[in-house]
Design a protein around this ligand. Structure first.
Ligand SMILES: Cc1ncc(COP(=O)(O)O)c(C=O)c1O
Length: 408
């Protein structure tokens, strides 16, 4: 009774690893949740209050989203990116993930996915019945594709339409793309469309995050939302900003939105106006300061002649590579690490890497973010003793991982 296209989709090994860790927890074992990528912080209280105040909003909202919210998002983004986005360019969706799915459904062409690639891009491309072109990236280039690597894909058939996914700061590598200009030139030369997944952009550790949209705004769909910077993944509010030059895509996504989710929950949209109107720079700066300190702690402790790792640049993740030859696949290695140490990690194969590469994704969010935030001031230097006190599971889990690596 199932369509072949669905039968072909494998359940993610993320689920398998979560299942094993639940079984271990049930047995009373201590688990270090480094597999799960969720903001450790709470939503700013005034935004939560706005949700309460708007609980009575019971009308269906316009399919593209509430005008006041779209205006707030357009203004917020125009200032950040120094470009004039209008409310007509903004589509509000129930999470950016759903909007990406609709884009896959309407787009006719090939999907270029640089590896590592976030777990949902490829299955969504399959469901959209578009061919996937994977580009294996390199550590030396921060795990992003070079212009030449993208060009090689396009030159195989210049007559096709191409949609390139670019996710910076990246899940899982934690790296920021440093060659945006080069990529934008290829996009302009071959008329590529870019989906710029900027869901972690507010959590870039250094100032001055740049989006590919600054180099080729007319080719770029910006995809982001509340989930990561505002600690509101469960609210399910994301958005696309689609430039006028791609309004054909925008109109078609709107049609599909109207035939599927209709509109995002009204109270959430009203509350989100506050999130994009008030100034949350202090909340975001403290969040970044904590994430940067915890990420750097993990990086400094793990990097060694047995573990290769790039310094984290934004978001929640690090991508260590273990230099051992004991395991056949990264999944097998993650299973072993979990059984031996209680540390949950995701295998690099989930993100498109060859399963023989001993790469893993490590999420450094297993701590009480609210408690951490309450204990530090904006701009305060966070040293190792604070991390030991406020993120003890990170310290213990990393220690276990290091010992595991040394003995393997
Ligand atoms: C890279 C990346 N893109 C998109 C999303 C989805 O975000 P949303 O909550 O807006 O659907 C996530 C969430 O895990 C993510 O890690």
């Amino acid at each position: 009774m199932l369509k072949n296209i669905v039968k072909g989709l494998e359940p993610s090994s993320t689920l398998k690893i979560n299942e094993i860790s639940r079984q271990l927890e049930d047995k009373g074992e201590k688990i270090f949740k480094f597999g799960f990528g969720q903001s450790p912080f709470q939503i700013p209280p005034d935004i939560v209050n706005e949700l309460k105040n708007n609980a009575y909003q019971n009308k269906y909202l316009p399919m593209q989203g509430l005008k006041e919210l779209r205006e707030a998002v357009a203004k917020y983004t125009s200032i950040k990116k120094d470009y004039n986005y209008k409310f007509e360019n903004v589509i509000i969706g129930p999470g950016s993930k759903e909007l990406m799915f609709l884009l896959h459904v309407i787009f006719d062409g090939e999907i270029i996915l640089p590896v590592p690639s976030w777990v949902s891009y490829a299955p969504q491309a399959v469901l959209g019945r578009n061919k996937i072109q994977l580009i294996q990236t390199k550590r030396e280039n921060n795990w992003f594709p070079t212009g030449l690597e993208i060009e090689e894909v396009v030159l195989k058939d210049k007559n096709k339409n191409y949609l390139l996914f670019l996710n910076s700061p990246n899940n899982p590598s934690g790296q920021i793309c440093g060659n945006l200009k080069e990529i934008s030139e290829i996009a302009k030369k071959y008329n590529l469309i870019i989906l710029s997944d900027e869901i972690y952009s507010e959590l870039s550790f250094e100032e001055g995050f740049k989006s590919i949209s600054s180099f080729c705004p007319e080719k770029t769909i910006i995809s982001t939302g509340l989930s990561k910077w505002c600690g509101a993944g469960g609210w399910r509010l994301g958005y696309f900003i689609v430039p006028d030059s791609l309004s054909v895509l925008k109109n078609s996504i709107n049609v599909l939105a109207s035939e599927t989710f209709s509109a995002v929950s009204a109270p959430i949209q009203y509350a989100a106006i506050t999130a994009y109107t008030n100034n949350y720079s202090e909340y975001v700066n403290i969040s970044k300061n904590i994430l940067k300190a915890v990420g750097n702690y993990v990086y400094e402790k793990l990097k060694s002649n047995k573990i290769l790792i790039n310094k984290p640049q934004g978001g929640f993740y690090l991508m260590p590579e273990f230099l051992n030859k004991k395991f056949n696949t990264s999944l097998e290695m993650c299973d072993n690490i979990l059984k031996e140490t209680g540390v949950v990690l995701l295998p690099g194969s989930d993100f498109g890497f060859d399963k023989k590469k001993m790469l893993v994704r490590l999420s450094f969010t297993d701590f009480d973010g609210q408690n951490f935030m309450n204990q530090v001031q904006n701009g305060q230097k966070i040293d190792n003793s604070l991390i030991l006190k406020l993120a003890p599971k990170i310290v213990e889990g990393v220690d276990k991982l290091k010992k595991w690596s040394a003995s393997t």
